[in-house]
Design a protein around this ligand. Structure first.
Ligand code: ME8
Length: 535
């Protein structure tokens, strides 16, 4: 029997370990993690991959500068990256390093196959090369500055190089790739970037890509001609397949998550490396008769108030600072809620604190203590049942809740996690307003028990569902929430599993889910903990 579960293979770029990861790397990785967690929650079989791009001149130069052996430096950096992802609760399934033996062997075979298939030929290469971008630029893409030197668009100094080189015959596929990029509205998100790509790279004429170097030796050698080292980008892009066991003895995962038409194959990155992922990568896959990714999501840059982050300006934001101070949930929340896929976004400390206080300490945290406090006073920690007699305020809030449950899956399916989060967050305003209008304290004083019980039941269940919906983002806080209210999953009809917890699609059953549940604390350690203390 075939496994009918929907599948998602999601990847981040493999990062250069030439420096410590910064907030931009954290953004892509958190975004991928949150998507992976939401998709798992709605029943997808997910494989999530990240890792490091460890070859090339940039890496060799970094080790030289640090006076370290390259492999020693790389091992140290792998610990730094993995440590950060652990602290950020990144639930990757596989972490690839391009110095892994299995990867290196596969790349060597792939290069030989491309030579055999006449997709690669030997020629001579002369160009301005940017070591920092690991990319060569054409005359129209570079600028001569006052010092007489040439610079790339990112302000890195270029070196002029001339050497024998292998070339990938990409020019032959100009029409084919243009068709791939423009025919499907779903392949690239956001669609606005398709024009950028076709105008800047394809319409100008696609020239064959130099794919080997003789001037460096930190990389995978061309078997047929070992003076040549394989271009780092060819080596890097195929990580998406080698991590699944492509060309190895065990290629089960490759067959399951790549060469299988029932899989969403999604690459995540920011815009500066789209050219590689949307032009050269599909062309190479096509040359080898392999499946293409189904989606490339390219988000905007994280910038600062002074513009782009750069070491020389000293404005590079270290995610560790925020993690150590505010915790991983707060950083994950902020990255998803405030940064944007469609545009560049400013990471500002002031906005971070404002969002932390407003959304997390006030809305999220206060709701927990508020509900706990009311139920402690009015029902001795018991969730009352819902009666049939509901007033208009009750009905309105139930409708809002129903609408969220009916629609959240659509947001997840379309990768619109930020929009979902905004909708979840506004639910806290709806709930707070409902409490202010219903005034449970007055109902208690006036002994209007039935109305009071309805209100408490509704708030309780809505709050539980908001925690279920937030659990892919607030990983630790949501676990803590379920512990605080002594909640365990209860399976029922028409439910959607979210980890061990369930959202009930049916409104009536939803409000019966925890009726009569008692969360009376035994000692002080059972009281709600303040996870997001105001700053
Ligand atoms: O390009 N804002 O590695 P890299 C948002 N090794 N995201 C950012 C960012 C910023 N300011 N800066 C970096 C490479 N990123 C190659 C990739 S993949 C086959 C090879 C994120 O270390 C974003 O995802 O320069 C970007 O695409 C990636 O880090 C570049 O990482």
């Amino acid at each position: 029997m075939t496994n009918k579960k929907k599948k998602l293979y999601i990847t981040t770029p493999i990062y250069y370990p030439s420096g410590k990861p910064h907030i931009g790397h954290a953004y892509t990785t958190v975004l991928a993690d949150v998507i992976a967690r939401y998709k798992r929650a709605i029943g997808y079989d997910v494989f999530f991959q990240t890792g490091l791009d460890e070859h090339g001149e940039k890496i060799a130069n970094t080790a030289l500068k640090q006076k370290k052996e390259i492999k020693v430096m790389l091992d140290e950096m792998a610990v730094v990256f993995k440590g950060l992802w652990k602290q950020l609760d990144i639930s990757y399934d596989y972490f690839i390093r391009t110095t892994d033996k299995q990867h290196e062997q596969a790349i060597s075979k792939i290069f030989s196959t491309l030579i055999e298939k006449d997709c690669i030929y030997l020629g001579e290469w002369a160009s301005y090369y940017c070591v920092s971008c690991e990319e060569n630029y054409t005359k129209s893409q570079i600028e001569k500055k006052g010092d007489g030197k040439m610079y790339c668009q990112f302000g890195h100094e270029l070196t002029y190089k001339k050497e024998p080189s292998y070339f990938l015959k990409v020019s032959k596929y100009q029409k084919w790739i243009k068709n791939v990029l423009t025919k499907s509205k779903n392949f690239i998100y956001p669609q606005s970037r398709v024009k950028e790509l076709t105008n800047s790279f394809i319409n100008e004429g696609l020239t064959d890509l130099s794919v080997s170097r003789t001037s460096i030796n930190w990389g995978i050698k061309v078997k047929e001609n070992p003076k040549h080292v394989i271009y780092v980008w060819i080596d890097a892009l195929f990580n998406y397949l080698t991590s699944l066991g492509y060309l190895s003895k065990d290629d089960k995962l490759f067959k399951k998550y790549w060469q299988n038409n029932d899989v969403q194959r999604v690459h995540l990155m920011s815009k500066e490396i789209m050219r590689f992922h949307c032009i050269y990568w599909p062309i190479m896959l096509h040359m080898l008769n392999l499946n293409l990714p189904t989606k490339v999501i390219s988000h905007g840059w994280v910038i600062t108030n002074q513009g782009k982050m750069s070491k020389s300006l000293g404005n590079v934001i270290d995610p560790k600072m925020y993690l150590d101070d505010f915790g991983s949930d707060a950083l994950r929340y902020f990255l998803i809620k405030e940064l944007s896929i469609e545009q560049d976004s400013v990471f500002s400390h002031d906005i971070f604190v404002k969002v932390y206080n407003g959304d997390l300490a006030n809305n999220y945290g206060n709701m927990i203590t508020r509900v706990w406090g009311m139920m402690q006073r009015y029902t001795d920690y018991k969730v009352p049942a819902l009666s049939k007699k509901l007033n208009n305020l009750d009905k309105q809030v139930i409708k809002y809740h129903q609408d969220l449950i009916d629609n959240y899956k659509k947001y997840v399916d379309e990768f619109k996690i930020k929009d979902l989060l905004i909708k979840i967050q506004s639910s806290y305003d709806v709930l707070n307003k409902y409490i202010e209008n219903v005034k449970p304290w007055q109902l208690f004083k006036n002994k209007q028990t039935e109305t009071l019980n309805n209100c408490l039941n509704i708030i309780f269940h809505f709050m539980v569902d908001l925690n279920i919906l937030l659990s892919p983002i607030l990983v630790k806080a949501s676990v803590n929430f379920f512990k605080t209210f002594k909640l365990k999953s209860k399976d029922g009809k028409k439910t959607i599993a979210f980890g061990p917890y369930y959202l009930n699609k049916d409104s009536k059953a939803r409000y019966e889910m925890y009726a009569d549940h008692n969360f009376k604390p035994k000692n002080e350690s059972d009281y709600p903990k303040i996870i997001f203390a105001r700053r």
